[in-house]
Ligand binder design. Structure first.
Ligand code: HH2
Length: 269
């Protein structure tokens, strides 16, 4: 199914700025670990034009260490308390206790890579992002297998979003989950056919920012073994984000907010 191109160029895609309060995130781990530095970073992203800040206290990259509920709350709650008066905040978590503490601190969207927390969103009256992931972060990249990745991701997202709708969640986003239990080919197929995810009817969030798939494409094209460094993936991030916006993504989750917003403005124009 194709999308209505006119509606794509009329709407300016939103940009969600990433605030990782973690020691081990794949691209910026340890850079914003104290409350003070994380808040300053979030304010900077708001000044750059982010529509929402996605605060996370646990990395989901393969091999990241597990974080206890208490530690995750300790990392994110003070940051959310200080950012929420300045702009909209989402909480990037898989844990219901952390989601509840974050909403009490001022978050109004639960960004849920496990796609299991819709009852919490319904209970608290906040928005919810359902992201697709095959397996668990620790092992998801070992051998991801699909018969048809687009069919399976679409069926999963439609089922979860439908459950959330029935439970009374009034703001629902769906996200194909780039890099979450997917090979490079799976990611590229999903990106190429993103209009099929868009045609499910829920607004689509896309997160390709600085991801390994970009590092892999660039390394392969140069014939080098190691993926290009995360700090050298800005152009690749923007290219994939522009593609996603043109295919109908309504929001882009980005580390490099200013560049993503400039790209969104040009796409919208
Ligand atoms: N990707 C990451 C984390 N959360 N949430 C959604 N909805 N979609 C994504 O693609 C997504 C996400 C991974 O990126 P990052 O937060 O930069 O890394 P880490 O998990 O290592 O903290």
């Amino acid at each position: 199914m194709t999308i209505d191109q006119a509606s794509v160029v009329r709407a300016l895609p939103l940009v969600m700025g990433i605030v990782n309060v973690t020691p081990d995130s794949f691209s910026d781990g340890g850079r914003y670990l104290t409350t003070e530095v994380a808040v300053a970073h979030g304010l900077e992203l708001l000044a750059e034009g982010a529509s929402i800040l996605d605060v996370g206290g646990e990395s989901t990259r393969p091999g990241a260490s597990l974080v206890s509920v208490d530690e995750e709350i300790r990392r994110v709650v003070p940051v959310i308390e200080q950012l929420a008066p300045h702009g909209r905040v989402s909480i990037d978590t898989r844990k219901p206790e952390v989601a509840r503490a974050a909403v009490a601190a001022g978050a109004t969207l639960i960004n849920d890579v496990s796609a299991q927390l819709w009852p919490v969103a319904a209970d608290l009256g906040v928005g919810w992002v359902a992201m697709h992931m095959q397996g668990e972060p620790a092992t998801m990249q070992l051998d991801p297998v699909y018969d048809d990745v687009v069919d399976e991701v679409c069926a999963f997202l439609a089922q979860r979003a439908g459950e959330a709708e029935k439970a009374g969640v009034s703001e629902i986003w769906v996200d194909p989950g780039f890099g979450f239990g997917k090979t490079l080919q799976h990611n590229l197929t999903l990106l190429a056919q993103l209009d099929r995810v868009v045609s499910l009817g829920w607004p689509v969030l896309v997160g390709t920012s600085r991801k390994g798939m970009l590092g892999r494409i660039l390394a392969d094209s140069d014939g080098v073994a190691d993926p290009v460094d995360p700090d050298d993936r800005l152009a690749g991030s923007i290219a994939s984000e522009v593609w996603a916006m043109h295919r109908g993504a309504a929001m882009i989750r980005a580390h490099d907010v200013r560049a993503a917003i400039q790209a969104a403005k040009v796409v919208a124009a």
